[in-house]
Design a protein around this ligand. Structure first.
Ligand SMILES: [Fe+2]
Ligand SMILES: [Fe+2]
Length: 541
């Protein structure tokens, strides 16, 4: 029996089970793993090499875009995901989705897709069919801080162009990463922001929700049950991945979290479309109550990505859906990272809805603030990064709802004593929000009357969400805005690792401002519009 990879002698085939055939090929060609699962969401595409004959003729040769993300261990694991392209009719066949990878263009190792399938999209009048097949594979056993080449295929015959990624360094090291939210799908802003991010060569990028804007942002649920959609554009996902994949996400681990626009009229609280496209090492839903939260570490930094839809007082569709599990998991994660000997100095928490925003659109979300801010205070979270408001804003450090000191651009914060800095980094490409309330230490002046507002429940907040009716009220926290600017932007974070136990360690956070006008980004030379240095003693916990 001939396959694209070799041949199983006919005398063996008649006595072999499918599993035995697979094991034979696996042993012969030293493939690293077998198909761990097949498409459970509609099209079951990952059939494996044994079925190549029956499906090769109709197989999709499209293998782009591609995007990657760290596995549970960023030093040794990488997820590779790719799209088989959109089709107006039946889903394209992907008979043997796989990744070949190695230290050079000769590769040498092959990993079959762990998952391949389409996203089930309800029939919606006026919307195109969304038959794109998404595949992903987890590469394991990689060496730290090593550049790997890879290429993907749907059939083992047609391969994508060679691409590279680099694994995380082991132990504490100096490194850069980036964070951004609200990217959208515009050639004039979303694409250049992704290009500028890539030009800074971060080790990874964290997205704090609102990626493709496939969902209309208001959610589609009534008491946890999908209720249909009037404005759902799943084709936006292909546009989004087509923008960020080729210029950035195929080589820079793209660690995405959800925003309100990721709540789609789909199963599992609207997140099946998201989790099908982004496999990633999301924490177990049984523990967190959510399929889309995760934490990982790089050097002496822990990154925690949460789902603010669970607690939002402004947009309540998924309010309380984790039944308090996410908050309990967050508390455990924070305690774990702050425990002596954890090796972690900086804790960065990312999620969508703003804890603090003096913008006139959306503003601050008191549902989240009331439930999580006490945890951020208690565990000395260094930095919280949000999106949702399409602009940039940094707060002075805050503890217990009070500003501890004024920190102008270029200043330094000692989070262990000064408290948490909150940054809104929602300028990733979507249309900007230019209205501001109140005062600020730098950047855009107020252009609307009145103080900053906050969404609050008329009832009480709890770990399972708020009760009563949400309303916008005057924010009781004053003078928190340190710098704000309604422009397309993102943040770059440069970590300087401690050289010995007890040494100083720092994280320089910079708001990056590409040249732009009201129509889009015009220049390729970004400048730093705002910065703050976070400093700690290593091991202070
Ligand atoms: Fe947004
Ligand atoms: Fe949003």
């Amino acid at each position: 029996m001939e396959t694209p990879y070799g041949e199983i002698p006919e005398k063996l085939v008649k006595d072999m089970t499918v599993q035995e055939m697979h094991d034979y090929l696996k042993a012969r060609y030293r493939r690293r793993s077998v198909l761990k699962g097949a498409g459970v969401l509609g099209v079951a595409a990952a059939a494996g090499p044994l079925f190549w004959r029956q499906s090769a003729a109709s197989a999709s040769t499209a293998t782009a875009p591609q995007w990657i993300a760290y596995g549970a261990d960023p030093t040794s694991e990488m997820y590779v995901s790719w799209s088989a392209g959109s089709a107006g009719g039946p889903s394209p066949a992907v008979p043997a989705p796989q990744v070949r990878w190695g230290l050079d263009r000769h590769y040498g190792s092959t990993e079959f897709a762990a998952f391949s399938g389409t996203v089930p999209v309800p029939a919606i009048s006026g919307e195109p069919a969304e038959d794109t097949v998404y595949s992903n594979a987890l590469l394991q056993g990689l060496q730290p801080n090593t550049k790997y080449h890879y290429s993907v295929s749907n059939d083992g015959v047609n391969w994508s162009a060679d691409t590279t990624f680099t694994t995380a360094e082991a132990g504490a090291s100096d490194f850069r990463f980036t964070m951004v939210g609200d990217e959208a799908t515009f050639d004039t802003s979303s694409l250049p922001i992704a290009q500028v991010i890539a030009a800074l060569r971060p080790r990874f990028n964290v997205v704090v929700g609102d990626l493709s804007y496939a969902g209309d942002g208001s959610g589609y649920y009534t008491n946890g049950v999908p209720t249909g959609a009037s404005d759902f554009s799943p084709a936006n996902w292909d546009a989004y991945l087509g923008i960020v994949g080729p210029v950035a996400a195929q080589s820079i681990p793209w660690h995405v979290g959800v925003g309100n626009h990721e709540m789609e009229p789909l199963a599992n609280f609207g997140y099946v479309g998201f989790t099908t496209r982004f496999p990633q090492a999301y924490a177990k839903q049984k523990v967190t109550g959510s399929p889309v939260v995760q934490s990982f570490t790089y050097g002496n930094v822990a990154i925690i990505q949460l789902d603010g839809n669970d607690l939002s007082a402004e947009i309540s569709d998924n309010n309380g859906y984790t039944e308090g599990k996410q908050t309990a998991w967050l508390a455990n994660e924070l305690a774990r990272y702050r425990a002596p000997g954890s090796g972690i100095d900086f804790i960065v928490v990312g999620f969508h809805n703003c804890v603090f925003s003096s913008n006139t659109t959306h503003g601050s979300d008191g549902g989240i603030r009331t439930v999580w801010q006490g945890l951020f205070d208690h565990y000395q979270v260094d930095l919280v990064v949000n999106g949702h408001v399409h602009a940039y804003e940094r707060t002075n450090p805050v503890i217990g709802g009070e500003v501890t000191k004024v920190v102008p651009s270029g200043g330094t914060v000692h989070p262990a004593t000064d408290g948490t800095t909150y940054i809104n980094a929602g300028g990733g490409g979507q249309d900007l929000y230019t209205g501001w309330y109140g005062t600020t230490g730098g950047g855009d002046p107020a252009n609307a009357s009145g103080p900053p507002l906050i969404w609050e429940w008329t009832g009480t907040d709890s770990a399972t969400g708020g009760t009563g009716t949400a309303e916008d009220i005057t924010d009781p926290v004053v003078n928190y805005s340190a710098y704000r600017h309604a422009n397309w932007s993102f943040i770059s974070l440069d970590v300087k690792a401690p050289r010995f136990a007890g040494d100083k360690t720092s994280m320089l956070v910079r708001g990056i401002d590409p040249a732009q006008n009201s129509s889009g980004i015009t220049g390729t030379s970004p400048v730093v519009m705002d910065s703050v240095r976070l400093e700690r003693r290593s091991g202070d916990g």
